[in-house]
Design a protein around this ligand. Structure first.
Ligand code: MG
Length: 382
């Protein structure tokens, strides 16, 4: 089996390399957006056939740094897609961050790769298109996100009518129990301090506002073809149960493990088999107790907003993601206050018109338009 890791220099990408090496899977391609120093060292260690850098301007320095190596180098969004086509590997693990991950997902499907999917935007912004294309090509979308991996491990795909409900667990983030008015002075450093998971910057902020859970509700709806009404979220502070599937007889099947993405990556790369992984064993007696709470939809309004956009159009889902990406960036750069993130996202999504899209270009255009809208609305919060 040959594997291409897209977004190899990020947190999930690096863990994917560790897991693939542990499984002795041949890595034929890597790509990153900008971190060419790390990409170079990964390329020297793994000797892939090809690598790509998303930012065109970095092509020459990457090429020069690897002058002594026989590795084909591509650049730009087109280059990433060309590399996918040329390598013709079996599976692509997509851990690219942001909307930039959507086109490579579509390219990999077009070239008959199975997709181990960690890029959220592929489903939040492009869910309908991605699932339709995957179905028509007969390729598998294997979830890497811990909640969807858990559901994937618990669900009986041969008997979909027996499933009554998906229950996604959420850690609740660092501000669990806080009221909106108590969040005004939260600093980026406080918001970046997640209680149970070590992740990238944007997803850590997104976990603290619960919009990440909202994105996951949308992803689950597409991945498992289930309506918003049948997806529930429960706060589970310890992050030991990663999600559950409830059946029509009210039996509820849960997946438990220590919080470690390498288990999810391991399962996606070895499915339907299981293979010895790198994750440590669960010691329930040491954990002692597991706690559960209702989500607070009033003080964390972005979770409820995500449910609403699931029943709206592609444009509303694209705007939800685009506005959040803009608002989080502004917050991390100390331009807006923490509570403004939710205000900006709600305002953008409420104002956006209903449209559906049937190809990547239309989605990309809608994404840029939503970003412009978000920047304008955010201006008044400066
Ligand atoms: Mg998750």
């Amino acid at each position: 089996m040959s594997l291409v890791i897209l977004g190899s220099t990020g947190s999930v990408g690096e863990q994917a390399i560790d897991v693939a090496e542990n499984l002795k899977i041949n890595i034929s391609g890597l790509c990153c957006q900008r971190d060419i120093a790390k990409l170079e060292s990964q390329a020297r260690k793994l000797n892939p056939k090809a690598i790509a850098v998303g930012d065109d301007k970095l092509y020459l320095s990457l090429k020069n740094s690897l002058f002594d190596k026989n590795i084909k180098i591509y650049s730009g969004e087109d280059g990433i897609c060309e590399m996918i086509a040329d390598l013709n590997a079996d599976i692509a693990l997509n851990a690219i961050s942001g909307i930039a991950g959507l086109r490579p997902t579509l390219a990999a499907i077009e070239n008959n790769y199975n997709i181990a999917l960690a890029n959220k935007e592929s489903l939040v912004a492009g869910g309908r298109l991605v699932m339709e294309n995957a179905k028509s090509r007969g390729v598998k979308i294997l979830p890497v996100d811990s909640e969807h991996s858990a559901i994937f491990q618990c669900i009986n795909i041969a008997n979909p009518e027996s499933v009554s409900r998906l229950i996604l667990t959420a850690s609740g983030g660092p501000f669990f129990g806080k009221k909106i008015e108590d969040t005004v002075d939260i600093t980026p450093a406080q918001a970046l301090n997640h209680p149970t998971w070590k992740m990238g910057r944007r997803i850590t902020i997104d976990s603290s506002t619960l919009i990440n859970k909202g994105f996951e509700v949308i992803e689950a709806a597409y991945l498992f073809n289930i309506s918003a009404e049948n997806i529930e979220v429960v706060i589970h502070r310890e992050s030991i149960i990663h999600s559950m599937v409830e059946y029509i007889d009210n039996a509820c099947i849960a997946q438990l493990s220590v919080p470690d993405m390498r288990l999810c990556i391991n399962y996606a790369l070895t499915y339907p088999k299981r293979h010895k992984g790198m994750t440590s064993r669960l010691n329930l007696a040491e954990i002692g107790r597991l706690s559960f709470f209702e989500p607070d939809y009033i003080n964390f309004p972005l979770l409820g907003l995500a449910y609403k956009v699931l029943n709206r159009s592609d444009n509303a889902r694209i705007a939800l993601n685009a506005a959040d990406e803009i608002a989080v960036e502004l917050f991390l750069n100390n331009k807006i206050k923490y509570n403004n993130i939710a205000e900006i996202v709600c305002e953008v999504v409420e104002a956006i018109s209903e449209n559906n899209y049937n190809n990547y270009l239309e989605i990309a255009e809608a994404d840029s338009a939503a970003r412009e809208e978000a920047k304008q609305i955010a201006d008044k919060y400066f």
